[in-house]
Design a protein. Structure first.
Length: 369
């Protein structure tokens, strides 16, 4: 198993939980900084799992080769004042590079993607795979299980009952109003005791709640690490041959003409066996949320696919440039597209830097008030 971004706020607690899992025999930690230290620290824990830490891009191939599960936590976390467009702009290129590397060094591995915005980045990852001739529909997972965990927790706290009685499907996507908890599927008469709209809003913007509570110093790290560890444990059981293993995930599937959708998923030794059918007896409020979310999800997925195409143009252009001493130059259209991509990246980075500076200034001003 490989964890990419292992030294981060999610990566470290996640690696600890994986070290404690008896199904994990070896753990490879990769990041730009600190993985060897984190690996040495974890290696002192008396479980059979072996741990190695690798640092820097030259070691990425070794971090991926032979891995059957790759968990990607790398990327910029969301900060106050940062829109999801800003987040996509910063993380899309990072995820493109990891998708390229996974396709090359571990094409048969199960990939669990945590990097946000997942609604766009999983389609991006899938498109990179498709252009490499790899079908990722069964092996690529966008991590939306935290939404289901939050739902059970919030409903449990509201009704003062056990979380095990509050498990319902959470469908749609993994961002804001695309997160749709199907509270009408609660057992017994519990649904009628809830303010469904109020608790739905809290579930949809649970991440904002954590960002605000941490006062700009971080996002939901510990709860995310727990959710991913729980999903990974289920996947390991399925890989071991256990039947009827069901988890929530954002995957490539067709639902009402939407090609990427989150739902309960039945897992098997090959990954996704099938999406669990979505109940038909939904409330009008839930049906309305679905109808509003579908075009948003498709638009966000298309954004990821388009970026993957641009990334492919850049990579192809760079490869052609490196071989241009022996071969004719690339076509004018390809050169223009690749140069436009780099210009777009530059604009994005400048805009992100401005957003971060403004957010930090606002935080300092609030601290003085």
């Amino acid at each position: 198993m490989s964890v990419i971004g292992a030294s981060g706020g999610i990566g470290q607690p996640l690696c600890l939980l994986m070290k404690m899992n008896r199904y994990v025999s070896s753990l490879c930690l990769y990041d730009r900084t600190r993985p060897p230290g984190v690996a040495v620290d974890l290696s002192h824990i008396n479980t059979p799992c072996s741990v190695v830490g690798l640092r820097g891009e030259p070691n990425l191939p070794d971090a991926l080769k032979g891995s059957d599960i790759v968990i990607i936590t790398a990327g910029v976390p969301r900060k106050p004042g940062m829109s999801r467009d800003d987040l996509f702009a910063m993380n899309a290129r990072v995820v493109s590079q990891f998708a390229d590397a996974c396709a090359k060094y571990c094409p048969n591995a199960f990939v669990l993607l945590l990097t946000n915005p997942i609604n766009s980045l999983l389609p991006l990852f899938t498109e990179v795979y498709r252009r490499k001739g790899i079908d990722g529909s069964q092996r690529l997972f966008g991590m939306s299980s935290l939404d289901a965990i939050r739902t059970a927790t919030f409903v449990s706290n509201e009704l003062h009952i056990a979380p095990s009685l509050c498990t319902v499907p959470v469908i749609g996507g993994h961002a804001g109003t695309t997160i749709i908890p199907l509270l009408s599927q609660l057992q017994g008469n519990y649904y009628n005791r809830l303010d469904a709209e109020a608790i739905t809003k809290r579930i949809q913007f649970g991440g904002d709640e954590v960002v605000a509570a941490k006062e700009g110093s971080g996002s939901a790290t510990l709860s995310t690490a727990y959710a991913i560890a729980s999903f990974t444990a289920s996947l390991l059981h399925a890989m071991d041959g256990d039947e009827n293993v069901v988890e929530h995930a954002f995957i490539q599937q067709d639902y009402r003409n939407c090609h990427f959708f989150s739902s309960k998923v039945r897992l098997g030794i090959n990954g996704v066996e099938e999406p669990v059918p979505i109940p038909g007896n939904l409330s009008m409020y839930e049906e309305d949320m679905i109808e509003k979310a579908l075009p948003v999800l498709e638009q966000q997925a298309e954004k990821g696919r388009e970026f993957a195409k641009l990334y492919h143009s850049i990579v192809s252009f760079q490869q052609t440039e490196s071989e241009s001493t022996c071969f004719p130059p690339p076509c004018e259209e390809g050169v223009k597209e690749a140069r436009w991509c780099w210009a777009w990246f530059a604009v994005v980075i400048v805009r992100e830097s401005v957003s971060i500076r403004e957010a930090r200034t606002e935080t300092r001003l609030k601290a003085h008030l």
